[in-house]
Design a protein around this ligand. Structure first.
Ligand code: FES
Ligand SMILES: [Fe+2]
Length: 368
């Protein structure tokens, strides 16, 4: 092959249910997975259920306020404990089948006729717990028997991209308030979404508003992936908004070099973090099938901006359009993944070569 071009993955990697099943096991169930925003379960008994790989995971808050996660499976005969995507219980989870009841720490506390079975060890029949970490205001869970180091895999990915360990801290993401959440149901494989996010060869073609705000994206070079580099706002641009108009005040902790810049970070396998001076945008992907990925996107602002009731719509609109443009591109590729034309895959131009490293990473994980 010509030196300028390297191969992508063959089309079947984006369509084959058997490959998706291996990804569920070796990627989504093996790594830290960003499941819910902590503020979505503010009080004891609040919960969310999240599909991670092949498992439904119940994320909730205990009486002491600690976040806990459990496999959403009753230990009696396996009924799904919570069937809603979100909800709130008073002080326990009760299985809707035979009423086995678990406290907010997952302990079995009651079951019909339990007292007549004195040999049943309640501790042994508690819900299976799942390791949890909280970072950037989100709850990350890991289904691996031995979770990889959170510091190396999650924080390390952010540090490596930004070039400094404290660069992300300056944004104070965990204390920001949710301004808007949009859920996109994308008819495309999750890898198409990651690959798209990793390159800017497409920016000039499909992102007119974004390239207006970030002129360096218009030349198609993946400048966003040089360590420590953030794309600079155009000279006349006053804020990261759909028309380049005024945004909000710069977040208080930012260093001078972080102002007027956009940083894009990928945390494998399913998170994108986007940093701009006055807000942070967090994407979480929930891969549900080889050809379907739900993406939940949060726009986070300082609590003062949200509390003041100021209009954030032009601020949100910029990246909402970028999302729609990107996901339309991914959906345009998905049906072609099963074409005979793509049986051996396609090619990456030099500004996309770093995507090859993502493919190498994936193949290594799939090999176990
Ligand atoms: S399956 Fe849950 S109580 Fe029987
Ligand atoms: Fe894009």
């Amino acid at each position: 092959m010509t030196a300028s071009l390297i191969s992508t993955l063959p089309g079947r990697y984006y369509t084959d249910p058997a490959i998706f099943a291996r990804e569920q096991e070796n990627v989504f169930e093996a790594l830290w997975f960003c499941a819910v925003r902590g503020a979505d379960i503010p009080a004891p008994g609040d919960y969310r259920t999240v599909q991670i790989g092949r498992e439904s995971v119940l994320v909730s808050r205990s009486r002491s306020g600690t976040v806990r996660a459990f496999l959403n499976v009753c230990r009696h005969r396996g009924a799904r404990l919570c069937t809603e995507e979100s909800g709130s219980v008073r002080r326990s989870f009760q299985c809707p089948y035979h009423a086995w009841t678990y406290d907010l720490d997952g302990r079995l506390i009651a079951a019909p006729n339990l007292t007549s079975m004195p040999d049943v060890d309640r501790a042994e029949f508690g819900l299976r717990t799942v390791p949890v970490r909280e970072w950037l205001g989100y709850v990350w869970v890991c289904l691996a028997d031995e979770p990889p180091s959170f510091a190396d895999t999650v924080i390390g990915a952010v540090t490596e991209r930004l070039g400094a360990a404290d660069a992300i801290e300056a944004y104070g993401t965990e204390s920001l308030a949710l301004g808007r959440r949009v859920t996109y149901d994308v008819r495309a494989n999750w890898k198409l979404i990651i690959e798209n996010f990793m390159e800017c060869y497409h920016c000039a073609t499909i992102h007119p508003e974004l390239t207006e705000v970030l002129p360096e994206f218009a030349d198609g070079y993946a400048a966003q992936y040089y360590v420590g580099h953030g794309a600079e706002f155009g000279e006349d641009v006053r804020g990261f908004t759909v028309d380049g108009g005024e945004g909000f005040g710069t977040l208080s902790g930012l260093a001078a070099g972080q102002d007027r810049r956009y940083y894009a970070i990928t945390v494998r396998p399913q998170v994108f973090v986007n940093l701009v001076p006055d807000h942070v945008i967090v994407h979480r992907m929930f891969p549900l099938a080889a050809d379907r990925t739900v993406v939940e996107c949060d726009w986070l602002y300082s609590p003062e901006v949200i509390g003041s009731g100021r209009d954030i719509s032009r601020s949100v609109e910029l990246f909402h359009r970028v999302n729609e443009q990107d996901f339309a591109a991914c959906e345009r590729c998905q049906p072609a993944m099963s074409s005979r034309s793509y049986a051996d895959g396609g090619v990456l131009v030099p500004s996309e070569h770093h995507i090859g490293e993502f493919h190498d990473w994936l193949l290594k994980r799939l090999a176990g």
